[in-house]
Write a protein that binds this ligand. Structure first.
Ligand SMILES: *[C@@H]1O[C@H](CO)[C@@H](O)[C@H](O)[C@H]1NC(C)=O
Ligand SMILES: *[C@@H]1O[C@H](CO)[C@@H](O)[C@H](O)[C@H]1NC(C)=O
Ligand SMILES: *[C@@H]1O[C@H](CO)[C@@H](O)[C@H](O)[C@H]1NC(C)=O
Ligand SMILES: *[C@@H]1O[C@H](CO)[C@@H](O)[C@H](O)[C@H]1NC(C)=O
Ligand SMILES: *[C@@H]1O[C@H](CO)[C@@H](O)[C@H](O)[C@H]1NC(C)=O
Ligand SMILES: *[C@@H]1O[C@H](CO)[C@@H](O)[C@H](O)[C@H]1NC(C)=O
Length: 660
C-alpha cells in the first residue's frame, strides 16, 4: 500500500529530470539560419519552404500565421535579472500592391501558443476585440505595423511599437535606423520587399527595452530606434513562449522570416547573413500586358518625370534640412519645423529676425545661435525646453526651437519695441518718461523674482542689462535671453571663461570666484535700476563709474540730481529716490547685505521702507572691476540651479563666453 505513492513520486522525479536534461542545451537559446528541419510550432497559414524560408502568411485576406519556439522559457519574476532576453530576426514583407500591404507582424512573448481566438487584421493575430488591453493577457509584443489604425492611436502606417497586453503601443516610432556612417537616422520602409533585421533587447535590471532596426546587410547600429523603460515583472510569468506572428486584413502582404536568434542568458548571437535562405523574386506588379514600345516609352517618360521630381524634392529637402535625433522625440511639442520657420520669416537671415507663424498668426522672433558641435546638445535642448515652461508677463516667452546642421534656432515671442538700451540711449526716438521707466523697472523686478523664487527651480538670469530687457507694444519691460547657458562652444578664449556677465554689472565676488548666485543677479539689477534712472552706462571710458556718480551726488546733498537730464526734472521724487538708493543698496559689495528680489519688489511697491544705507562709497560696487574684468565681448545667460534655497546653491554649469 505504501509503495504506490513512492512509485508515483519516483516516476514524477524521473520525468522531470528527463525533461530537464533533454532541453538543458536548448533551454535558454536558439539560432536558425533558415528553418529547414527546425522544430518550430506553426499555425494558421505559416509554412516552411524547402529552402528554409519561413512564410507566415500569403496574400489571402484576413488571415494570420504564427511560429513558436516549441519549448517555453523560464522567467522568474522575483529576480529582475532573469527577465532579461535578447532576440534578433530578419524579415521581409512583400505587399501585393506596392505600399498598400498589411497589416503587419510582431514578435511576442506569451504564456500560451494557442491563438485560435485571436483575430487577423489590425489585431495582428495576437489579440481580439475583447481581450485587447487586458492585464490578464500577459503578452509583450514588438509590432511592425504597416497600416495606421486610428483605434489604437497608431502614429503612421510604417512604425515599430512596443505593446504591453494590447495594441495601443506604450511607445512607437516611425521605422528608421541609425546610420553609424552618417551619424543620423535614416528612414526605412518596412514593406519594401527587402530584408530588414530587427534586434530586441530587454534588460530586466534596468527595466529597459531597446528596439533596433537596420536593412540587411548592415550590422547592428550603435543607437536603437526605441529605448523605453518598461517593467515586465508583472507581465512575464514563470513559463513563457516566444513567437512571431503576421496578419493580413483587406490590405495584404506575404510575410517572410529568413533567420531568428534568441537568447535568455546573454545577447542574442549574431545572425550570419550569408547563411540566410534567398527570398523569392518580388511578386510581379499587377496590370495588363502591354506591348514593348508602349512600355519603353512609358518607362522613359516616367524616368524623366521621376528625375525632375527627385531633383526638386532634394533641393527642397536640402533647403529645409534639419538635424533630428532620437532623444529629441520627447521634446517634439517644443520643436518647430524649419520649413515653417523659413516660411514664417520669409527666409529671413541674420542673428535675430522676425516672422509670423502661419497657423496662429502669432508674431515671433527667431534667434540663430551657431553651434559647431553636438557636444552637450541633449542638455542644451532639455534646458531650452525647461526655459520654455517659464511663464510670466515680464519674461519673453521662449516658444521652442529647431535644429539644423551647425545652427540652433530659438523661437521667442516677438517684442515690437525692441530692447530697452536702444530706446534709452537713442538720440532719435523720444525719451521714455518716468512713468514708463518706473514701470519697466518694476516689471523686470517681478520677472526676476519669478525666476529666483516662484518657479519650481531657481533660475539665475546672469546677464541683466538694458540690452536684455525687451519692450512689448505697450512699452512694458520683459526680461529676455535666459536659458542659453551652454549653447556656445567652449574654449575660444580660455582666459575669460571664469567670468559670466557683462562688465559693469558684475558683482565683486563673481569676479573672484566666478560663481553666480541670486545675489549676483540682484547686484546686476541694482546697476540696471541706476542706469534706467540716470540714463548713463555703468562704465564709460574716461568717466566716473555710474555707482560713483550717484554716490557723488548723494554726498553733495541731493541724490535726485543724478537722475537722467532727459527727464527734464519730471518724475515722482519719492520713486526716484527709492530707485537710486535701492540701486546702490543692491550694489552693495557684501552679497549678504544686498536685499532679495522679494524685498526689492516690496521697496519698489512702497510696502517696505528702505533701511538707512551708510553713505560710504567703499561699500558699493567693484572699484577694481575695470582692471580685473575682461574688457569686451562677454555675455552670458541664465542657468538652472537645482536647489531648494536660493542662498545655499552653487551653480552647476560651466561658464562660457561668447565670440565677439
Ligand atoms: C494562401 O494559402 C492558402 C492555403 O495554402 C491557399 O488556399 C490560398 O489560395 C493562398 N492564397 C493566395 C493568395 O495564394
Ligand atoms: C527566483 O528568484 C528568487 C530570487 O532571486 C529565488 O529566491 C528563487 O529561488 C527563484 N526561483 C526559481 C524557480 O528559480
Ligand atoms: C478573445 O480571446 C480570448 C482568449 O485569448 C477568448 O477567451 C475570448 O473568447 C475571445 N473573444 C472573442 C470575442 O473572440
Ligand atoms: C504601458 O505599460 C504598462 C505596463 O508596463 C501598462 O500598465 C500601461 O497601461 C501601458 N501604457 C499604455 C499607454 O499602453
Ligand atoms: C539600450 O540602449 C542604450 C542606449 O543606446 C544602451 O545604453 C543600453 O545598454 C541598451 N540596453 C540594452 C539592453 O541593449
Ligand atoms: C547566449 O548567450 C550566451 C552567453 O552570452 C552565449 O554563450 C551563447 O552563445 C548565446 N547563444 C545564442 C544562441 O545566441
Amino acid at each position: 500500500m505504501a509503495a504506490l505513492p513512492r512509485l508515483v513520486s519516483f516516476w514524477f522525479l524521473f520525468k522531470v529530470t528527463l525533461i530537464f536534461s533533454a532541453s538543458a542545451q536548448e533551454e535558454n537559446q536558439f539560432i536558425h539560419h533558415g528553418f529547414e528541419g527546425s522544430k518550430l510550432k506553426l499555425d494558421g497559414l505559416a509554412k516552411i519552404h524547402p529552402n528554409g524560408l519561413l512564410q507566415l502568411t500569403n496574400t489571402s485576406e484576413r488571415i494570420s500565421g504564427h511560429a513558436f519556439y516549441p519549448f517555453p522559457f523560464k522567467f522568474n519574476s522575483s529576480s529582475s535579472q532573469s527577465l532579461s532576453f535578447s532576440t534578433s530576426f530578419v524579415f521581409a514583407m512583400f505587399p501585393k500592391l506596392p505600399n498598400y500591404g498589411g497589416h503587419g507582424m510582431a514578435f511576442f512573448i506569451s504564456p500560451s501558443t494557442d491563438f485560435s481566438e485571436a483575430v487577423a487584421g489590425s489585431h495582428l493575430g495576437i489579440f481580439n476585440r475583447s481581450n485587447n488591453g487586458q492585464f490578464t493577457n500577459h503578452i509583450f509584443a514588438i509590432e511592425l505595423d504597416t497600416v495606421q489604425s486610428p483605434e489604437f492611436n497608431d502614429i503612421d502606417g510604417n512604425h515599430v511599437g512596443i505593446d504591453v497586453n494590447g495594441l495601443q503601443s506604450n511607445e512607437s516610432a516611425s521605422a528608421r535606423y541609425f546610420s553609424d556612417e552618417k551619424k543620423e537616422f535614416e528612414s526605412l520602409v518596412l514593406e519594401s520587399g527587402k530584408p530588414i533585421q530587427i534586434w530586441i533587447d530587454y534588460n530586466g535590471q534596468e527595466k529597459l527595452v531597446n528596439v533596433t532596426l537596420a536593412p540587411v546587410p548592415n550590422p547592428k547600429p550603435s543607437r536603437p530606434l526605441l529605448s523605453t523603460s518598461i517593467d515586465l515583472s508583472q507581465i512575464l510569468q514563470d513559463s513563457m513562449y516566444v513567437g512571431l506572428s503576421a496578419a493580413t486584413g483587406t490590405r495584404v502582404s506575404d510575410y517572410y522570416i529568413l533567420g531568428w536568434s534568441f537568447n535568455k542568458s546573454g545577447p542574442a548571437q549574431n545572425l550570419d547573413i550569408s547563411k540566410l535562405p534567398p527570398l523569392p523574386p518580388p511578386p510581379p506588379t499587377p496590370g495588363k500586358k502591354l506591348n514593348h514600345t508602349v512600355i519603353v516609352s512609358i518607362v522613359a517618360a516616367a524616368v524623366v518625370l521621376i528625375t525632375i521630381a527627385a531633383a526638386v524634392y532634394f533641393v527642397k529637402k536640402k533647403k529645409y534640412e534639419e538635424v533630428y535625433e532620437d532623444w529629441e522625440k520627447e521634446y517634439s511639442p517644443h520643436r518647430f519645423s524649419y520649413k515653417n520657420l523659413y516660411k514664417a520669416t520669409k527666409g529671413g537671415s541674420g542673428k535675430v529676425y522676425r516672422g509670423v507663424l502661419p497657423s496662429s498668426h502669432a508674431e515671433i522672433a527667431v534667434k540663430k545661435v551657431c553651434h559647431d558641435s553636438d557636444h552637450g546638445m541633449k542638455q542644451f535642448v532639455s534646458e531650452i525646453v525647461s526655459m520654455g515652461k517659464l511663464r510670466h508677463r515680464n519674461l519673453v516667452q521662449l516658444r521652442g526651437y529647431c535644429r539644423r546642421k551647425g545652427e540652433l534656432l530659438l523661437v521667442y515671442d516677438y517684442m515690437p519695441n525692441g530692447s530697452l538700451d536702444k530706446i534709452l540711449y537713442s538720440n532719435t526716438r523720444p525719451s521714455l518718461n518716468w512713468f514708463q521707466r518706473f514701470r519697466i523697472i518694476k516689471g523686470v523686478a517681478f520677472g526676476l523674482l519669478y525666476l529666483h523664487e516662484e518657479w519650481e527651480q531657481v533660475v539665475l538670469h546672469r546677464d541683466i542689462k538694458p540690452a536684455n530687457v525687451l519692450l512689448d507694444a505697450d512699452l512694458e519691460g520683459k526680461l529676455g535671453d535666459f536659458g542659453l547657458a551652454r549653447l556656445y562652444d567652449h574654449g575660444n578664449d580660455l582666459h575669460t571663461t571664469n567670468v559670466v556677465g557683462t562688465v559693469g554689472y558684475l558683482a565683486p565676488e563673481l569676479l573672484r570666484n566666478g560663481r553666480g548666485t541670486t545675489s549676483t543677479d540682484v547686484y546686476a539689477f541694482g546697476v540696471f535700476m541706476l542706469e534706467v534712472a540716470c540714463g548713463r552706462r555703468p562704465v564709460q571710458p574716461g568717466e566716473l563709474d555710474l555707482l560713483d556718480w550717484v554716490i557723488d551726488y548723494w554726498q553733495k546733498g541731493d541724490v535726485l540730481d543724478a537722475s537722467d537730464p532727459r527727464l527734464e526734472g519730471i518724475y515722482v521724487e519719492e520713486q526716484m529716490e527709492i530707485v537710486l538708493k535701492l540701486g546702490l543698496f543692491c550694489s552693495h559689495s557684501n552679497p549678504d547685505t544686498r536685499p532679495s528680489m522679494r524685498q526689492v519688489v516690496q521697496y519698489l511697491d512702497g510696502g517696505a521702507l528702505l533701511p538707512d544705507i551708510p553713505l560710504n562709497s567703499s561699500v558699493f560696487g567693484v572699484l577694481t572691476a575695470k582692471n580685473e574684468a575682461p574688457n569686451n565681448g562677454m555675455a552670458s545667460f541664465a542657468s538652472l540651479v537645482r536647489s531648494d534655497s536660493p542662498h545655499t546653491m552653487s551653480t552647476i554649469d560651466s561658464i562660457i563666453t561668447v565670440g565677439r
